[in-house]
Structure formats: C-alpha cells, structure tokens
Design a protein around this ligand. Structure first.
Ligand code: MG
Length: 174
C-alpha cells in the first residue's frame, strides 16, 4: 500500500531576552532569560508543529497561526500543536514518533529532558517512548553560542491511522 508513512521536518529560532519566561516543550524552565515572540515562543513545540505540518504537506505554523493575528498573542504553543495533531488526524494520519534537538547555550537542559518528553507525550497523545528530545550547546559558536537565542530541530513520522480513518481504498486522505 502506498503512502503509509510520511516524514516531516521542522526548524525554529527565537531570540533570548530579559523579562520573558523560558518555555520549552510545554514546560517552564528556570532561567534568567526567556524566549521572545508573539506567542509563548516555545521554540521546541514550534519546530515539532512544523514537522507535523510538513509531513502532511499542510504548510507551516505561520500560515495556520499568523503572528499578525491578535488571537495568537501569548498563545499557548501546546494548544497550537494539539490543534495540528487534530488536523492531520482528520486526514487519516497519526504520529508514530518525534525526534527533536534543542540548541541552547544555557541553562543546561539535561535535568529537564524527562519532564519535557512527558509533556510532549501528553500534548501529542503519544507514548513517551516515542518522544525523543535532545539538547546541545553550540560550544559558544554562533547566535546560540553567544546566548542571543535558541534553535530547535524536529523530525516526525506520520503513519496511516486505522482503517476507519482511511480513504475508500485504504489510503489515507492526503
Ligand atoms: Mg516560532
């Protein structure tokens, strides 16, 4: 059967500033600085959201939730990702797994990784064993390294959901 699996990729960057909360993967990380943006600026959830949209060829986060729209001011990125999961579910796909990397110079994310994975598992209704989150510094190099911002990269795999959500001949509705 064709089109059973689709891979998606997402990438996002946000600037680090004083006076903002640092939201990553749907949880708040204790930090002197936070990520700036129209929404809660959760760079990791934004990359995952774009990966899911990308796998379904449904555009990007900016086309679905424009930062010029007052409705998304300080938006909870967990809700945006949840909406996108619903969107691909309507088209007959569900998430198989997520793998993501956050590039941030400080604070160190390792102590928070399990909490982040658990939260993403909850948002995506996906067993935590299918949610991978890694963290890296950039060894002091580039905009991440000098502490100007954070970047996140994510890939995900979508697979055709059960036959009840599939199209006439068993193919998903994409
Ligand atoms: Mg973003």
């Amino acid at each position: 059967m064709e089109r059973l699996m689709r891979v998606g990729f997402g990438y996002d960057v946000h600037r680090l500033v004083d006076g903002r909360r640092l939201m990553l993967g749907g949880i708040e990380i204790p930090s002197a600085m936070g990520l700036d943006g129209h929404s809660d600026a959760d760079v990791l959830l934004h990359a995952i959201t774009d990966a899911v949209l990308g796998a379904a060829a449904l555009g990007d986060i900016g086309s679905h939730f424009p930062d010029t729209d007052a409705r998304y001011k300080d938006a909870d990125s967990a809700e945006l990702l949840g909406a996108v999961i619903g969107l691909v579910a309507e088209r007959g796909y569900e998430l198989e797994n997520i793998d993501a990397t956050v590039a941030l110079q400080k604070p160190k994310l390792r102590p928070h990784i399990d909490a982040i994975r658990a939260r993403i598992s909850d948002i995506c209704r996906l067993p935590v064993g299918r949610v991978s989150v890694k963290a890296t510094t950039t060894e002091g190099l580039g905009f991440v390294g000098v502490g100007d911002g954070a970047a996140a990269y994510a890939v995900c795999l979508l697979r055709a959901a059960s036959t009840s959500a599939s199209g006439r001949d068993g193919d998903p509705k994409l």
